[in-house]
Each structure stands twice: as structure tokens, then as C-alpha cells.
Design a protein. Structure first.
Lengths: 129, 95
């Protein structure tokens, strides 16, 4: 067992794990029955799947070429931005009332995206003013 | 070495099939998605799966030239997801 053989097997196993995670995340996106539940599957599982594919690409570069760590940049960027976009999509779901009942906020009266400011209250509910 | 290389080639083909199937399934959610949030989420998933497909193409061809493509698509996907969500939330992208 030379180092090339072990590296080749590591590339293959990382590829299989990453592709399986990406596929399972998308099946979860298709099968779940609520907008907020659907948010869980691709934003976490799919990101880990792409991370495993990038790890396979890095090992492949180290085994078959002179190596590169550039994929760490993409991995870090994806892992940082996936929760931010998931948070934005959750805010869209609360704003459009796609989820049945949003959970009670810890401190304030309501979620800030549902809070109509003072100047716009006439536009939102003209009969109450 | 030849058994390991055969195993890796089969793994590359299986990974291509799985990620392409994931791309098609998220396209189904993009079409049938009942709310706007589901459609934004499906577009975000499609961008992430497209990054995976390009990474797989780079492994299969053994070339390093797809790195910049992947990075730019990752940045563009994040910015477009945030722009869609901002547009739904505020009715405007840059206030």
C-alpha cells in the first residue's frame, strides 16, 4: 500500500460521501412538507456534501499533481455564507407567513420583519388609524 | 494501483449521477414550490449543486483551471440569494 493507493481510495470515499450528502439534502428539500422544515435539509446537509467534494478535489491535487490548498478558500466561503442565506430565507418565510405560527420572540412584541413602522401604518391598516 | 484507480473512476461516475439527480430534484422544487421562500431556497441549492458539478468536472479532467470559476459562482450565488430575499423583505434591494 503506497501513499498513492491510499490517496486514491481517500479521494473515492470522499467523492461518494459528498455526492450522497448532496443527494440526500435535495431529497429532503423535495420531501418535507413545511417551508421552515424544508429549510433544514439543503442548507446544512448540502453544504457538508460540497465540503466533502472539495476535500476530495484537494486530496486529488496532492496525490496526482503537485498539490494545492485553494479549495479551502471556497470551503470557508461556503461554510460562512450558508447560515446567512438560510437566515435570510427564514426571514422571508416569516414575512410571507409561509410557516403556520412563528415562534414567540424572546424579548420584543413581534418579529422585526412583521413590525410595521409608525410612518407606514396608514398604508398597512388604514381602517385602524 | 489499477484497482484503486478503477474504484476512483467508478466513484467519479456515481458522484456525477448523484449530483446531477440532486440538481434535477431541486429544479422540481423550483417549479412546484408553493411559496417564494421555497423557490429562493431551490435556487440556492441549485447554485451549490452547480459548484459540486464543476468541482467533479475538475477532478475528472485532472485540471486546476476550474478553481476560479467555482469561487466566482459561489460568491455570485450568495449575493443573488441575499438580493432575492432582500427584495421580498423590503421591496427594494439597495435602499
Amino acid at each position: 500500500m503506497s501513499i498513492e493507493v491510499i490517496g486514491t481510495y481517500a479521494v473515492a470515499i470522499c467523492l461518494l460521501i459528498g455526492a450522497a450528502f448532496a443527494l440526500i439534502g435535495t431529497i429532503g428539500l423535495l420531501k418535507f412538507n413545511d417551508s421552515m422544515t424544508r429549510l433544514h435539509a439543503p442548507t446544512k446537509v448540502g453544504t457538508i456534501g460540497i465540503g466533502a467534494l472539495l476535500l476530495a478535489s484537494m486530496i486529488h491535487a496532492h496525490v496526482f499533481a503537485d498539490g494545492s490548498m485553494h479549495e479551502l478558500l471556497i470551503m470557508a466561503f461556503l461554510f460562512v455564507t450558508a447560515p446567512i442565506s438560510a437566515n435570510f430565507i427564514a426571514k422571508v418565510n416569516i414575512h410571507r407567513r409561509s410557516c403556520d405560527a412563528p415562534p414567540p420572540p424572546p424579548k420584543d412584541d413581534t418579529w422585526s420583519t412583521l413590525n410595521v413602522p409608525e410612518a407606514d401604518r396608514e398604508l398597512a391598516e388604514p381602517e385602524k388609524v | 494501483m489499477t484497482a484503486a484507480t478503477d474504484f476512483m473512476n467508478i466513484a467519479i461516475i456515481l458522484a456525477f449521477i448523484a449530483v446531477a439527480l440532486a440538481q434535477v430534484l431541486s429544479m422540481v422544487r423550483l417549479v412546484i414550490g408553493p411559496s417564494v421562500g421555497d423557490r429562493i431556497l431551490a435556487l440556492d441549492t441549485m447554485v451549490v449543486n452547480a459548484i459540486g458539478l464543476i468541482v467533479l468536472l475538475g477532478i475528472a479532467q485532472g485540471s486546476r483551471i476550474y478553481f476560479e470559476v467555482t469561487l466566482i459562482i459561489a460568491m455570485l450565488g450568495f449575493v443573488s440569494t441575499v438580493a432575492y430575499a432582500r427584495f421580498i423583505l423590503r421591496g427594494d434591494i439597495i435602499e
